[in-house]
Design a binder for this molecule. Structure first.
Ligand SMILES: Nc1ncnc2c1ncn2[C@@H]1O[C@H](COP(=O)(O)OP(=O)(O)OP(=O)(O)O)[C@@H](O)[C@H]1O
Ligand SMILES: [Mg+2]
Length: 189
C-alpha cells in the first residue's frame, strides 16, 4: 500500500531531499529525494549509517524505506529536543543568534568534542556543512550536536577508510571549513 503524505507532514528541506513527519510514528521522519536529485549518495549514506550506528550515538538510525505518493521515503529517527520539538540545524540556530562570546565558546567546545569523537571512532564525513548538523537541546541550557547527512566517504580512492593519518587530515579540513562557515576561529589537532 502506498503511504499518503500531505503538506501537513512537511518539516523542512535540504538541496536534495524533503523532510516529512512519518504519519504513523511520531519518532520517525521520512526523507524523500527531490525529483532531480542524485540517488547515488543515498545508498552510500545508508551503508555508512549502518556501519557507524554502534560506534556513535549522535546519528539517527535508519529504518528502511516506504513507498509514498511523493516517491520512495527513507525512514530515519526524527531528532527531537527535550520538549519534543524537532531539532533545528546549526545553520538556522546560528542565523537566529548565537552572538555572545559564551555561546560561541560553548559551540566551539561541542564542535571540538565532535571532531575528537569522529577521529577516535574512525568516522568519515564527506559533507559537513552547518545544514547537516542538528542542535538537539537536552535541557533549557544544554545541547548535543547530531549529524544527519553527509556521513561516509565520497572519495574515488578510499584511503581514509583504512588510514588514520589520512582520515585525520580529512577531518581537520572538513571541520576547519565548518567552523569558517560559522565565523568561528577554531583550530583542530
Ligand atoms: N533525522 C532528522 N531529524 C530532524 N531533522 C532532520 C533529520 N534529518 C534531516 N533533518 C533536517 O532536514 C534538513 C535536510 O535534510 P538533509 O540534510 O538530509 O537533506 P539534503 O537535501 O540531503 O541536504 P543537502 O542540502 O546537504 O544536500 C536538515 O538540514 C535538517 O534540518
Ligand atoms: Mg543536508
Amino acid at each position: 500500500m502506498i503511504m499518503n503524505i500531505t503538506q501537513q507532514d512537511y518539516i523542512t528541506q535540504g538541496s536534495q531531499r524533503v523532510l516529512y513527519a512519518h504519519p504513523q510514528n511520531k519518532d520517525w521522519c521520512l526523507k524523500i529525494p527531490k525529483e532531480d536529485s542524485n540517488q547515488r549518495f543515498v545508498k552510500r549514506e545508508i551503508s555508512y549509517t549502518n556501519k557507524y550506528k554502534d560506534k556513535i550515538n549522535c546519528i539517527p538510525l535508519y529504518h528502511g524505506t516506504v513507498e509514498t505518493n511523493l516517491g520512495t521515503g527513507y525512514i530515519f529517527d526524527l531528532v527531537t529536543n527535550h520538549d519534543g520539538s524537532t531539532a533545528d540545524n546549526l545553520q538556522k540556530v546560528t542565523d537566529e543568534g548565537m552572538e555572545s562570546k559564551e555561546d560561541s565558546n560553548k559551540l566551539e567546545q561541542k564542535i571540538q568534542q565532535l571532531y575528537a569523537l569522529l577521529l577516535e571512532q574512525h568516522i568519515i564525513v564527506s559533507d559537513l556543512h552547518p545544514g547537516n548538523i542538528l542542535v538537539r537541546k537536552t535541557s533549557a541550557s544544554d545541547y548535543d550536536l547530531w549529524i544527519v547527512d553527509g556521513l561516509g566517504n565520497s572519495d574515488f580512492i578510499k584511503i581514509c577508510d583504512v588510514s588514520k593519518i589520512f582520515l585525520k587530515k580529512k577531518l581537520i579540513r572538513k571541520f576547519f571549513r565548518l567552523t569558517q562557515a560559522l565565523n568561528l576561529n577554531t583550530s583542530f589537532s
